[in-house]
Ligand binder design. Sequence first.
Ligand SMILES: [Zn+2]
Length: 113
Amino acid sequence: MAFKDINKKRAYQKKIAREWARKHPEKIKASREKFKKTNPEKRNAWRKVETIKIPYGQLCQRCVIREAVDRHHKDYSKPMEFEFLCKICHAQADKERKQLEQTPTNTTGGEIK
Ligand SMILES: [Zn+2]
């Protein structure tokens, strides 16, 4: 299906994913179990910070404009090192970390696409 509006496309993909998940609860469960086994560091980091409340009125530490709603780990092996971020900066930060993880050989500092 072709979409001109990216938001409509995302909403459609979300709907499809939700319907699929409803029809395959056993696959969702298996995927969760697999995640637990393959990402112990990530899980540990999340568990450590989920009890830490974001201070009231805390601004995002990146844009310093929007209110912080998330905690972001730069490195899951350091669970207590995190930033308070807004949704938008958190999405960007996750993207950056993913790119770094995927290109360990890129040491030139060139633009990653
Ligand atoms: Zn922000």
